[in-house]
Write a protein that binds this ligand. Structure first.
Ligand code: ZN
Length: 203
């Protein structure tokens, strides 16, 4: 059944009244309805929730003003269901793609100052490696080769092992290699401790 016929509107109205008492609509919502409902000093909770997420600002929504484009939604369910979450995620990702398209034009035109924080956030969300988003990757240099590496890696392609225990578990290194690394680390630790003691006695 179409939801905007007079009969459907009336049915919705009756249902809402049963739930909330008389439903009162904000200006702009009211003209669709009977004059009795044109009361301007208060609005239904449902209208309020919707207005926060997707404000009534006139006939056209302006892009960027609607929080539902950015994954905000409201629900009467205590816990949002899968369908609601998936619908929201689809909208959010569509918005993200739009932002990245805009970013591509900006990038092509060489106006990198016009890249917005949202564009960077979406590039990170989609895991896109854009030249203007690199600073957002937490990079550290590999002690083995000096190349930047992502945080949390176990072993670099140059062979440097960041986490010997996890590397052993993941069979990236042999037990023998693990022992060599651990011995070296222990040796270095002893040397460092000695260094600390020396500098303390020197004082
Ligand atoms: Zn390396």
């Amino acid at each position: 059944m179409p939801h905007d016929t007079p009969a459907a509107l009336h049915a919705t109205q009756e249902k809402n009244e049963a739930l909330n008492g008389q439903v009162i609509f904000a200006p702009g919502q009211a003209p669709l309805l009977a004059p009795a409902y044109q009361v301007f000093n208060s609005v239904s909770g449902e209208f309020m929730a919707q207005d926060i997420v997707h404000p009534t600002i006139g006939a056209n929504w302006s892009f960027g003003q609607n929080l539902d484009d950015l994954g905000v939604f409201w629900t009467k369910n205590k816990k949002p269901n899968e369908a609601e979450i998936s619908k929201t995620r689809t909208r959010l990702e569509a918005t993200g793609r739009k932002f990245l398209q805009m970013a591509t034009s900006i990038e092509t035109a060489g106006r990198l100052d016009d890249i917005t924080p949202l564009m960077r956030i979406f590039a990170t969300y989609f895991g896109e490696d854009r030249p203007w988003n690199r600073i957002y990757w937490k990079l550290a240099d590999c002690p083995g080769c000096g190349e930047p590496v992502k945080p949390g890696i176990i072993k670099h392609h140059c062979g440097f092992v960041f986490d010997p225990d996890r590397a052993l578990l993941a069979t990236m290194i042999t037990p023998e290699q693990h022992k060599i690394i651990m011995d070296q680390l222990a040796k270095r630790e002893t040397l460092e401790n000695k260094g600390v003691r020396k500098s303390r006695t020197a004082r």
